[in-house]
Design a protein around this ligand. Structure first.
Ligand code: HEM
Length: 522
């Protein structure tokens, strides 16, 4: 039989199929996990979410929101699908976690499967050279995290209270002497505390060195989940010559490396192993790592502990302008504890007697979350939660805008009172009316990848606010727009005038700040 003859009419269809096959395979490879594995026969039940474009999914809408600096309204809108929202983001599956209940169900209760990070080719690869602990895979970050946890939560964390009290004297003094640079003082306050905790030495960095460090964080945040390649990591398999995005992000990575190198060179001589060892001593001594890994770990701790605190300090000052009545209530409370005529500065041990001040801290973190969208947590096994079946490879991202608003009256208003009004027994049992507990789910996430510095952060923000509100008045210069608070700018986030409350307050600051040792030289 002449086969060639018989097959001839079918040849065009075979040829088309053979030509299409690689494209079909590529299409499947590029699909996000919840679609790819479904197409291979497994059935997953995902939460609802908006429809998107073929292959790109919801990516264009996210990238547009970022470009237009409209991520907060975008995130608020995604919560209309319920407690969880599924988004197809190129080759990645995002599930937004929109309530604190779901943070608990997924990130806390399923922490074994949800404490990893996906590989991010731009933010983690080119910009961080795969060395930034914050984005490392769980296995590579385990030892470093244990060390940082010990530093921040271990028995010596009680000493941090002295460091905060001492450094906040420098904050008051510089607000007095150079009120126009208030936002720079907020940053120095946060960095000086971290520097002292890490190196056991006062901060010896100039303003321009601090600016460089801020620029590192700004450009890092700009890199994360903000480019096409980040959502189609397979593109990094292309020959390097075709990777047109590389030079731009490599340059950012080099800048970060150089800034870290400069700080590291200044720090290394501070290690002295004869006294009680500092974190720096441990990292340089016992930590089984290369010099570069030790450098990235140490700098990551300083950076992670500084920028979030700085932004929260700035937001607190913004509250003085946007909600002066709330600040007046906080100040009346402070005056009762520390005196309105014969004065003393607020201290950390005043915390139990300043419940309104605690509520202000928590409400700032709810009202203006530092990171509206938390970094992705990678699911490492298939899991089931409340009827949903999620495939490994799904990424959970906490939507802080939605979490802060869910189930709250007037959620866009700043109302510290809401923290006294906790009518949910479970929340009350967790201690949501205080400051030391309960806040973690609103600002610091949960599970094995949650914020290691949350106790320190609560204390430094509490004392920073308490001392500033007690000693200074803040006035808007021109029209104050509270939306401006959303810009994590390095410069002045909004124009204000700072004035000391009275000559008695000025005297108090001058006397007390003589004792300040950790603020360091600019
Ligand atoms: C207002 C202040 C702060 C806020 C709102 C904040 C919030 C957060 C959040 C949301 C995360 C990510 C958790 C996740 O991936 O689910 C995080 C991680 C982290 N935070 Fe904080 N943080 C603050 C201050 C601090 C301070 C003072 C330190 C001290 C060093 C610190 C150290 C860290 C570290 C090391 C991580 C990485 C955790 C990991 O990937 O395992 N943070 N923080």
């Amino acid at each position: 039989m002449d086969l060639t003859y018989n097959l001839a009419p079918y040849l065009p269809s075979w040829t088309i199929l053979i030509l299409l096959l690689p494209w079909i395979a590529l299409y499947i490879v590029l699909l996000p996990p919840h679609k790819r594995r479904f197409s291979l026969g497994k059935r997953f039940v995902m939460p609802r979410g908006p429809s998107g474009q073929m292959l790109l999914g919801n990516l264009p809408s996210w990238l547009r929101a970022r470009r237009e600096r409209a991520t907060n309204p975008w995130l608020a809108k995604q919560a209309r699908y319920g407690e969880l929202t599924t988004l197809s983001m190129g080759s990645r599956t995002w599930v937004l976690v929109n309530t604190s209940r779901m943070i608990n169900e997924i990130l806390a209760k399923q922490t074994k499967s949800t404490h990893d990070r996906p590989w991010l080719p731009i933010a983690g690869g080119l910009v961080s050279r795969d060395l930034r602990p914050f984005l490392k895979r769980a296995a590579d970050w385990k030892d470093g995290r244990r060390l940082v946890h010990h530093l921040l939560m271990g028995p010596r964390s009680k000493d941090h209270e002295n460091i905060i009290e001492d450094t906040s004297l420098g904050l008051l003094r510089t607000y007095l002497d150079e009120p126009g640079a208030w936002y720079l003082h907020n940053y120095r306050y946060a960095v000086a505390i971290m520097y002292k905790i890490v190196t056991n030495s006062p901060l010896d960095k100039s303003r321009s060195e601090l600016n460089d460090l801020q620029e590192v964080t700004r450009t890092f945040l700009e890199a994360i989940s903000n480019t096409f390649v980040e959502f189609f990591p397979h593109l990094t398999l292309l020959p390097k010559l075709l990777q047109f995005w590389r030079p731009r992000w490599e340059a950012v990575g080099t800048f970060h490396y150089n800034v870290f190198k400069h700080w590291w060179a200044g720090m290394k001589p501070l290690a002295k192993r004869d006294e009680e060892p500092s974190f720096l001593d441990t990292v340089m001594g016992e930590f089984n790592a290369t010099d570069e890994e030790a450098m990235y770990l140490t700098m990551a701790v300083i950076v992670a502990g500084s920028d979030n605190t700085r932004i929260t300090m700035n937001s607190g000052i913004g509250i003085c302008l946007a909600y002066p009545t709330a600040i007046q209530i906080a100040r009346d409370e402070l005056d009762k504890v520390c005196g309105a005529i014969s004065l003393r500065l607020p201290r950390l041990d005043d915390l139990p007697n300043l419940p309104y001040m605690c509520a202000v801290v928590k409400e700032v973190l709810r009202w203006r979350p530092v990171s509206p969208l938390l970094p992705p947590r990678l699911l490492t096994d298939d899991i089931e939660v409340e009827g949903y079946r999620f495939p490994a490879g799904t990424e959970f991202l906490v939507n802080m805008i939605a979490v802060g608003r869910h189930g709250r009256d007037d959620p866009t208003e700043f109302k510290p009172e809401r923290w006294f009004d906790v009518n949910n027994n479970e929340e009350r049992a967790r201690g949501d009316a205080g400051i030391t507990q309960g806040l973690w789910q609103y600002a610091f996430a949960a599970g094995k990848r949650s914020c290691v510095g949350y106790k320190l952060a609560q204390k430094e923000i509490f004392l920073g606010y308490a001392r500033l509100f007690y000693c200074f008045n803040f006035f808007p210069v021109g029209q104050f727009v509270s939306g401006q608070l959303e810009t994590p700018t390095i410069g002045e986030p909004f124009p204000i005038k700072v004035a000391v409350r009275s000559p008695a307050h000025e005297r108090l600051i001058r006397e007390e700040s003589e004792r300040c040792t950790f603020w360091g030289q600019e």
